[in-house]
Design a protein around this ligand. Structure first.
Ligand code: PHB
Length: 392
């Protein structure tokens, strides 16, 4: 008999001897170990910081605890580099023995993380990366997302542009899954309503040499341009677009990552840009007002969508821990608790779909100063189609 089976037999015999035919009851853990795998350097560095801030704000508001358990962190800078992602995730799971992986921003890195999470059955919460596969063909019981699928915010923009009478659009993005899937989401609703994509322009991630693309856009003269960019790259694109004199002649639209957390650095070039996203500034709900007050007090700045997604990752984890009363070795119980959670998010309450992605409102926003106030709800309770998800 090998050692593991021997131990199990002894444990079972003990349980039976104590008068029950069941295994000994699980005990509440003393703490939960959270592996934060996020970018601290590169074009998405600020996004990683905002997610960390949001996550820690929730923990601080709850006396340093998640679902009643003390929290210990293990942290890795993933540099938004897919080539290093498997090794980084393995460090957290195998060396640091974290109970949950929280990450990341970049879709390609998150896909590699999810493979490690699936292989080791580690619980994972995605606080940003939109890779459609995570809640599509790669969906798994232990993988949850508190952000969005790449499809969601962009899909909501199609009808908005059609209503404005825009018929011909050029798209521009980085050539990696987030950009390509965001463009696909937009294209799906825009062309279904009769819109036409004149040309799909891409450049490698994280390049920001936009000039040749802007020259081509000026020559093509579409009714509008739709883009996916975020972080430092978004700042550069919007500044270059305005400097090229295109802003007034060919209106620029995008998913809201273009203007979230980036307007201050654009120095006015982003004024008036309309974008679609699952968060907006100045929402009329008490949860958001409390969150914004707490965030400003803790960090001295207004939160953005990334901070909200980090905060909600902590809230979702708390729902799981609370459901099993701190007995976190009961992963099935945690998952059931997380699946049933209604997250009281600053973006507005949302539920978790069968594929583990938020079912949420997408707002149309219009940039004003350093903020993105909502114009209207562009898509109500939008659920990702979760194509290819077969939950085991
Ligand atoms: C992604 O790679 O999925 C991604 C990155 C930054 C964003 C949104 C999505 O702002």
């Amino acid at each position: 008999m090998n050692n593991r089976i021997h131990k199990l037999t002894v444990a079972l015999a003990g349980a039976v001897a104590l008068g029950g035919a069941t295994l000994p009851a699980a005990h509440a853990a003393e703490k939960i170990k959270v592996g934060l795998m996020l970018p601290a350097t590169g074009t998405y560095a600020k996004l990683g910081t905002a997610i960390t801030n949001g996550f820690k704000l929730y923990v601080d508001e709850n006396g340093g605890k998640i679902g009643g358990l003390d929290v210990e962190y293990a942290v890795v800078d993933d540099e938004s580099d897919p080539a290093k992602a498997t090794e980084n995730a393995n460090k957290l799971v195998k060396r640091d023995e974290v109970d949950v992986l929280v990450g990341t921003v970049h879709s390609g890195v998150a896909m590699a993380m999810a493979k490690v999470a699936r292989g080791t059955k580690t619980l994972m919460i995605v606080p940003n990366a939109g890779a459609d596969e995570l809640t599509g063909p790669l969906c798994a019981p232990n993988v949850f997302r508190t952000s969005f699928s790449n499809w969601q915010p962009s899909y909501a923009m199609g009808p908005v542009l059609l209503e404005k009478g825009i018929k011909k659009v050029v798209t521009l993005t980085w050539k990696y899954s987030a950009g390509l899937q965001a463009i696909d989401g937009f294209k799906e609703s825009f062309t279904a309503g009769g819109g036409q994509i004149v040309k799909e322009l891409t450049l490698p991630f994280p390049n920001t040499e936009f000039q040749p693309y802007l020259t081509e856009i000026a020559a093509l003269k579409p009714d509008a341009v739709f883009v996916f960019f975020a972080g430092g790259g978004a700042v550069k694109l919007v500044k270059d677009y305005a400097a090229a004199g295109l802003k007034d002649s060919i209106p620029l639209y995008g998913s809201g990552f273009l203007t979230d957390g980036t307007l201050a650095a654009m120095g006015g070039a982003g004024e008036g840009l309309e974008t679609t996203l699952q968060y907006a500034d100045g929402l009329d709900n008490a949860r958001d007002q409390a969150f914004r007050g707490g965030y400003a007090k803790a960090y001295g700045s207004a939160p953005d969508v990334y901070a909200v997604q980090g905060y909600d990752a902590a809230q979702l984890l708390a729902a799981g821990v609370s459901a099993v009363k701190g007995k976190i070795e009961d992963r099935k119980g945690m998952i059931t608790g997380m699946e049933a959670a209604k997250i009281d998010s600053p973006r507005g309450a949302f539920s978790i779909s069968a594929a583990h992605n938020p079912v949420q409102d997408i707002y149309l926003r219009k940039a004003q100063g350093e903020l993105n106030p909502a114009v209207k709800v562009a898509a109500k309770a939008l659920a990702d189609p979760a194509r290819g998800c077969r939950m085991q």
